[in-house]
Design a protein around this ligand. Structure first.
Ligand SMILES: [Zn+2]
Length: 234
């Protein structure tokens, strides 16, 4: 087998921008090369070798439209108009492909965040994106991790009070779990305990025993942390 045809962990694929129709190359990872090593309690993954989460956001070099892979082709008429009005006029042409560092991936994901904001994406999706950006900063041990955890928490709170999350019970249970865990990480233990309590009562939780177990463990952890904090105040 020559070098050209040898199967490699990264490969390039052509995609088309749904806003300006420009065709460009993006880098993707091959599943069989990925080795998940561990996850933090908020699901932040650690891989041995290539980390696929660095590669799942795309930016169009021509117009500046960007989205996560799973959303890339879905644009509404309004979303398209907002990108053309608010993103493209300020966009300076640049391309992202080949091997992507954590720093580059942060740059890409922050452009996606800008796109989601102008396109008025649902708050739960913006929250998940902020959480992912906080993980990228966590890999770098940057204090910006906290800033994006705070943003994720705010977005999930807005989603909980403004969006019909109950229409998708699986997603709702996951968001409620994340709110409990993010509040715990931000040392808002009282709020964390409340969110885990709501999460454990939600319909979607009953269908996901693994998440339920994780929620109970983190709920207990938050209660312990709250107790020792109160003790220190005495
Ligand atoms: Zn484009």
């Amino acid at each position: 087998m020559d070098e050209e045809n040898k199967i490699k962990p990264l490969y390039e694929k052509e995609i088309q921008c749904p806003i300006c129709d420009y065709k460009f190359m993006v880098t993707k990872t091959r599943g069989k090369f990925l080795k998940l090593d561990s996850r933090d309690t908020d699901n932040c993954p650690y891989y041995e070798g290539i980390n696929p989460i660095l590669y799942t956001a795309y930016i169009c070099p021509e117009c500046g439209y960007g989205a996560l892979e799973r959303h890339f082709s879905d644009v509404t008429v309004n979303g398209k108009a907002e990108v053309k009005k608010q993103i493209t006029p300020k966009w300076k042409r640049r391309e992202y492909h080949g091997e992507i560092s954590v720093e580059k991936s942060i740059e890409i994901h922050r452009i996606v965040l800008l796109n989601y904001t102008v396109m008025h994406y649902p708050y739960d999706e913006i929250g998940k994106l902020c959480l992912k950006i906080s993980w990228l900063y966590r890999y770098l041990k940057s204090p910006k991790e906290t800033e994006f955890l705070v943003n994720a928490y705010k977005m999930f709170e807005k989603a909980y009070s403004n969006e019909p999350l109950e229409e998708n019970p699986k997603n709702e249970a996951n968001i409620l779990f994340l709110m409990g865990e993010i509040a715990r990480r931000l040392e808002k233990f009282k709020e964390s305990i409340e969110w885990f309590g709501i999460a454990l009562k939600s319909d979607g939780m009953k269908e996901n025993p693994a998440l339920e177990k994780q929620a109970r463990e983190q709920w207990n952890e938050a209660k312990q942390q709250y107790k020792s904090l109160e003790k220190n105040k005495e």
